[in-house]
Each structure stands twice: as C-alpha cells, then as structure tokens.
Design a protein around this ligand. Structure first.
Ligand SMILES: *Cc1c(COP(=O)(O)O)cnc(C)c1O
Length: 224
C-alpha cells in the first residue's frame, strides 16, 4: 500500500518549498490559511517563470484549525482540508469553493485522545459528520484525520491510531469512497504506518526543528 508523504511547510519560507519541490516532493501542508496562500501564490508564480518542471503541479493541504473567517481562503486556494470537525465549517467550504476548481478534498478530524485533546469531533459523532459532509456538492470526502495527544510509548501510539483505523473501516462500509487515513507526524509516523495510515504529515523531520514552534493540536505557539 502506497503511503503519501505530506511535507508540512508551516513557518518555512517559500524557498524551502521550492527546494523540496525540485527534489520531487508534491504534497505540502500548511496550518495558517494566509501564510499558506502566500506560499501557494509564490510557488505558482515560480512555476509560471519555469522554475519548476512543467508536470510538477503541487498539491496543497490545509491541516490547521479551521475557523469560520478562514474558510474562504482555504476554499479558494487549497486542494485539500484535513481538519473538518464541524458541519458548519464544511458547509461554508462547500458554498465558497469556486466552480472553476475541482471539489475540495476533505478529511474529518476525529479526537482519539478524549479529554487530553480539544480538536476533532468525538469518535461516536464521526459517522454522522462524514455522511453529512459526503452529501455536500463541492466537497469530496476522502477520509479521517487525527492528531493524538503525545502517548507514552510505541504501543500506546499504536492503540490510538488503531482506534481511528477501526472507525475508518466502520465508516467505509457506508462511504466506500474513503481512501485516506491521515495520521502520523515526525514523532509517531512509524506507529501510524504500522497501524494502517495512508498519509503521514511530516514537518520537522524534513525541514528541521521549527524555532517558533506551534502546538499542532491547538494551533497556539509556545514561542520558547
Ligand atoms: C505541525 C503539524 C504537523 C507536523 O509536525 P512535525 O512534528 O513537525 O512533523 C503535522 N500535522 C499537523 C496538523 C501539524 O500542525
């Protein structure tokens, strides 16, 4: 089974994206809508100037917390959004997706860590949210995503990821088109792959440690 490598370029300058793209990387992930759009436009301009091979079109994934006032930027510029946790946000994305673009590819974010995390819908709500999202005209539901709270060890990481995989298989009986399990970051990608993940989101292990680091689960920087 092929695994998609998503290079998480948040906080990195556009020239780092260019370097990775020239090395053959295609999928890039961003957490902040405006920062992502700025890079998308720079990379598109570079492609038009012939700085990228002609067949090297990049695929942009929005993976950060999605607020109502940011949906338009995401709908108009990104190819994917992984962090759908409420129907209201999905409806806005569908309404705002321009007709000239293909449907926005989306994942529903599920909270597999209970109290320890605030992002994602509750696991028992995931099926209903997926069914509702799948019926929106300008979105294409592709799968589930999670950002587990840090786990004690490899076995504990696998347990959390396996929960999401199990949920995914259940929902897939109702939504057979699902093909994406977005799980695994630099610190837990081995557990995610072992547990059936199909897309890993890797930032620091590709680009190096971020200086102004951001908590992936809350989107809040610790600035230390
Ligand atoms: C930052 C981030 C990543 C990448 O994190 P690393 O630990 O640097 O690999 C992956 N997913 C999400 C949602 C993120 O916010």
């Amino acid at each position: 089974m092929a695994i998609t490598l998503l290079a998480v370029s948040k906080t990195r300058p556009a020239r780092d994206v260019l370097t990775a793209a020239l090395a053959g990387q295609r999928d890039f992930g961003e957490n902040y809508a405006q920062e992502g759009v700025d890079k998308i436009l720079v990379l598109r301009a570079l492609a038009q100037q012939g700085m990228l091979p002609e067949n090297a079109s990049l695929i942009w994934h929005f993976i950060g917390p999605l607020q109502g006032n940011k949906t338009r930027l995401v709908a108009e510029h990104f190819d994917w959004a992984h962090s759908i946790e409420r129907l209201k946000i999905a409806e806005r994305l569908s309404a705002q997706r321009p007709a000239r673009l293909p449907p926005l590819q989306v994942c529903v974010q599920v909270n597999v860590s209970g109290e320890a995390s605030k992002s994602g819908c509750a696991p028992e709500e995931a099926l209903d949210l997926c069914l509702a999202v799948a019926s929106l005209p300008r979105l294409k539901l592709r799968g589930l995503m999670c950002i587990p709270a840090p786990a004690r060890d490899f076995a504990a990481q696998c347990r959390l990821f396996s929960q999401l995989r199990q949920r995914f298989m259940e929902i897939k009986t109702r939504c057979p088109e699902l093909d994406t399990l977005s799980m695994g970051m630099s610190g837990d990608l081995e557990a995610a792959v072992q547990s059936g993940g199909t897309l890993v989101r890797i930032g620091s292990a590709i680009f190096g440690r971020r200086t102004n680091d951001i908590d992936a689960s809350t989107g809040v920087g610790n600035n230390s």
